[in-house]
Design a protein around this ligand. Structure first.
Ligand SMILES: [Zn+2]
Length: 112
């Protein structure tokens, strides 16, 4: 049920992927952070971060853990990007067409 067209990471999962996810989890515990910040902290390419986040969100839900998303927001008019593609970073506001978009931020509070 994931309609994000630009992310396809459901091929085979190399060990590197597990390492990247673990690094992201650690970074998310210190959140909320943007995909850009997570990328820098976890050493994962920013374009790969969203795919990992989708996976982490799914597993978090399955485990009853919290995965917090602060949706992206338009800096021009305050419009919030709350649709299901909210994990990605929108480039333009559909309302006022501003490209000053505050990117979404993510957090997975540590439960233990
Ligand atoms: Zn706007």
């Amino acid at each position: 049920m994931h309609g994000t067209s630009f992310v396809r990471l459901t091929r085979t999962v190399p060990a590197r992927t597990e390492t990247a996810r673990q690094a992201l989890r650690d970074a998310l515990a210190d959140g909320p952070l943007t995909a850009h910040e997570l990328s820098a902290r976890a050493g994962v390419a920013e374009r790969e971060v969203v795919g990992h986040l989708e996976h982490l969100e799914r597993t978090a839900k399955a485990r009853g853990e919290r995965f917090v998303v602060e949706p992206a927001r338009c800096d021009g008019c305050g419009f919030e990007f709350k649709k299901r593609d909210r994990l990605g970073r929108p480039s333009k506001c559909p309302v006022c067409r501003s490209n000053h978009i505050v990117p979404p931020r993510f957090q997975m509070p540590r439960t233990v």
